[in-house]
Design a protein around this ligand. Structure first.
Ligand code: PMP
Length: 397
């Protein structure tokens, strides 16, 4: 069969299984809004947890960053590492309480690049089963043996560490700090203790923790700090600038040696063009705001608490999540698609998450809350959800 007919058949099969992903083209709209097909919707589908994608200081910094040049013009090691990148790295190191940081163009490549640089043949990567695709792909690509453990199950992790310890190689344990499709936090204190016992290196993906949680002294550092842990417990931390920072790009933060090493060995850092100066300037402004304006975090916290309290009253199928990610587990792909379509009709944009992003039978609506949402917008979503879900229930009864 020729290429096109093979691909047509595969795509048709995806559609039949309600797994086809529509690529929505949104018109740019400020704040938690999205314009789709000319209609203004309230978006609960972005990762702009603090509303920084439309913060005037971030936008202004990004505009003036463009004065430094539209592009970095080369890879970091050749000609593309600018002062603005160095300033951003210093600020990230300060906010995360780490010795140093290194910026990457995306979280996806930061995870792959870091795992592949740190471990290889003869070593073992031990991963949570619900890890983000970029950690999974890093574990696959690096050439190390790959062991997985049941989600956040410390006994299962210890069993895998026992197996890995039978070999002579290094062990890297990789977990999400906050799970992107479930919103729950990893039991990091227990994971770090096991890593200590087995001499394993702990790598935590802070994509959804950076900026929104932390400790008293490092309030925006992420889930590692929130768990009372530091660089000695979790030496490798990856965070993204495309979520709470409202921007783009990512970083790895940790001991000086880790950063020096990644500059030498992380191929997705070495062999790609540096982050555009405007993006670095926007990321820097957003990271500074995380320190200077704690009110955005407090507002997000208030929105999460309000959403959960009202959703419980309405008996919505809430997951155990204290983060900005509040999934509603519906199970069936078709139901998720039809509820998401009804919500869109009512003026709300919500992510319909299906396999292979999540395990079969666990399709869900992924509601992402932001400091930029108003109480009325959250209330409106809850009412539309309650109505749509009870209609679904009545139809299937
Ligand atoms: N890790 C996690 C947990 C994520 O959710 C994401 C983004 N979906 C990434 C890594 C990748 O980050 P980026 O979008 O910067 O490539």
């Amino acid at each position: 069969m020729n290429l096109q007919s093979t691909l047509r058949r595969r795509l048709a099969e995806r559609r039949e299984r309600h797994l086809y992903r529509e690529l929505k083209t949104l018109a740019a709209a400020p704040g938690p809004a999205a314009r789709v097909d000319g209609r203004e919707l309230v978006a609960f589908s972005s990762n702009d947890y603090l509303g920084f994608a439309s913060h005037p200081a971030v936008i202004a910094a990004q505009q003036s960053g463009a004065e430094l040049g539209a592009g970095a013009t080369a890879s970091h090691l050749v000609n593309g590492h600018l002062q603005i990148h160095a300033q951003l790295q210093d600020k990230i190191a300060e906010v995360t309480g780490r010795e140093a940081a290194l910026v990457f163009s995306s979280g996806y490549t930061a995870n792959i690049g870091t795992i592949c640089a740190l471990v290889g043949r003869g070593d073992t990567v031990v991963s949570d089963k619900l890890n983000h695709a970029s950690l999974i792909d890093g574990a696959r690509l690096c050439g190390a043996a790959s062991l997985r453990f049941a989600h956040s199950d410390l006994d299962a992790l210890e069993r895998q560490l026992g197996r890995a310890a039978e070999t002579d190689g290094n062990i890297l344990v990789a977990v999400d700090g906050v799970y992107s499709m479930d919103g729950d936090c990893a039991p990091l204190a227990g994971i770090a203790a096991l890593c200590r016992d087995y001499g394993a290196w702990l790598m935590v993906d802070e994509a959804h923790g950076f900026g929104v949680m932390g400790s008293e002294s490092l309030p925006a550092a992420g889930s590692v700090a929130a768990a009372g842990l530091g660089q000695e417990d979790a030496p490798v931390v990856m965070g993204t600038l495309g979520k709470a920072a409202g921007n783009a790009g990512a970083f790895v933060a940790g001991p000086r040696e880790l950063i020096d090493y990644l500059v030498q060995f992380a191929r997705p850092y070495i062999y790609t063009t540096g982050m555009p100066p405007a993006v670095a300037a926007g990321g820097l402004a957003a990271t500074e705001l995380m320190q200077r304006e704690p009110q955005h975090r407090a507002r997000l916290r208030g929105n999460i608490d309000h959403f959960r309290a009202r959703a419980a009253e309405l008996e919505l199928p809430l997951a155990k999540s204290a983060s900005a990610i509040q999934p509603l587990l519906l199970g069936c792909e078709k139901t998720v698609m039809s509820v998401a379509a009804e919500l869109q009709q009512s003026g709300f944009l919500v992510g319909a998450i299906r396999p292979p992003t999540v395990p079969a039978g666990t399709a869900r609506l992924r509601i992402a809350l932001s400091a930029a949402h108003s109480e009325e917008q959250i209330e409106g979503l809850l009412e539309a959800l309650a109505e749509s879900l009870s209609a679904q229930k009545a139809a299937s009864a």
